[in-house]
Design a protein around this ligand. Structure first.
Ligand SMILES: O=C(O)CCC(=O)C(=O)O
Ligand SMILES: [Fe+2]
Length: 328
């Protein structure tokens, strides 16, 4: 069968964090190069073993295997926490992603939103432990990006402090449902094309459960248009896929690229149609962090304002898409 999607081979840089303290300048140069050119990179030698990651994936599967009524005891709310199913509509597709997800944070937003130990013993402890370890990796990357942009080394770490009660950093467990391999004429979006609006996203994929694709090319933080040439990102459990979000793009005066990506709606023979589990860790700013790049390209905003603006832009783009779909 001829491929309908236009694919191009692009190098997605791989960065090793081995011997981090001694190699920090070398690692910073590699990260800056990746951020300026692709917006995506993968990490190896990051300190989490394949087994550590597999334990979190097993914990995630145990959660999603619970009956919907049980998961509905921790419903999603607009603090970006909790469980949702088939409810996220992207401006690029105008249709809900076929997935369920559960979002967790460190702070007070999680009050009453942790699934209870009676339902899933040890879930909260395992998840928080994993979140702390991913935070440590994020903080190493933040030190490098601060150094690369000329801020003090700890600058971004403080702006995203997870011990602050108003921390918004989020880990999201994702489960995409298996889909019919024989087309019934419908398109089942998994994660419609989008850019992330956080600082940096660290994504875990499970071996064999492919589907993530990237589409570089955006020049400023406010565009929702997307191109049509995609590059597949291989699913390897032991690698962390990282991407620059709109926040870091803005904080770098658009020097670093927040790149469109999607989990493809499988439709071609070589696509993967089975259940897909992934885990995304979104580094979000504290509400009172002050955001402005060294060149002051954009007016200074707080973390709360940045988040609000991103949600407003998303909402407006979504309304526009829904109107276009209704008119068609
Ligand atoms: O599930 C994935 O692989 C990607 C998820 C994603 O891009 C997101 O949730 O922002
Ligand atoms: Fe994303």
């Amino acid at each position: 069968m001829a491929s309908q999607t236009r694919y191009v081979d692009r190098m997605i840089p791989q960065v090793s964090l081995r011997d981090f303290e001694n190699r920090m300048d070398e690692i910073t140069a590699a990260l800056i190069h990746a951020a300026e050119n692709v917006g995506f990179f993968t990490l190896i030698d990051h300190g989490l073993s394949k087994e550590d990651i597999d334990i979190m994936f097993a914990t995630s599967k145990n959660f999603f295997d619970l009956p919907d009524e049980t998961k509905a005891t921790v419903p999603w709310n607009s603090n970006n926490v909790g469980w949702e199913k088939n409810s996220q509509i992207r401006p690029s597709t105008g249709q809900p992603d076929r997935k369920e997800s559960y979002q967790m944070q460190f702070g007070e937003n999680m009050k009453k939103l942790w699934i209870e130990d009676d339902h899933l013993p040890g879930f909260q402890a395992t998840s928080l432990n994993f979140m702390h370890r991913v935070q440590e990796i994020s903080e190493r990357l933040m030190r490098c990006f601060a150094r690369g942009l000329g801020f003090p080394d700890n600058f971004f770490i403080e702006c995203h402090g997870i011990t602050r009660p108003n921390s918004q950093t989020t880990m999201r467990l994702l489960h995409y449902f298996s889909l019919p391999e024989i087309s019934d004429g419908k398109v089942y979006h998994r994660a419609g094309a989008h850019a992330d609006w956080d600082f940096l996203t660290l994504l875990f994929q499970k071996e064999g459960q492919s589907g993530l694709e990237i589409c570089p090319g955006r020049e400023v933080v406010t565009e929702f248009g997307i191109g049509d040439e995609w590059t597949k990102v291989e699913a390897k459990t032991e690698e962390i896929v990282c991407n620059i979000g709109d926040l870091l793009m803005s904080w770098s005066d658009d020097r670093f690229k927040s790149t469109f990506h999607r989990v493809k709606a499988p439709c071609e023979q070589e696509d993967y149609f089975g259940d897909r589990y992934s885990i995304a860790y979104f580094n979000q700013p504290c509400k009172d962090s002050l955001i402005q790049g060294p060149l002051k390209k954009y007016p200074m905003v707080t973390g709360a304002q940045f988040t609000e603006n991103a949600m407003k832009r998303n909402f407006a783009a979504l309304q526009e898409k829904l109107q276009a779909v209704a008119a068609a």
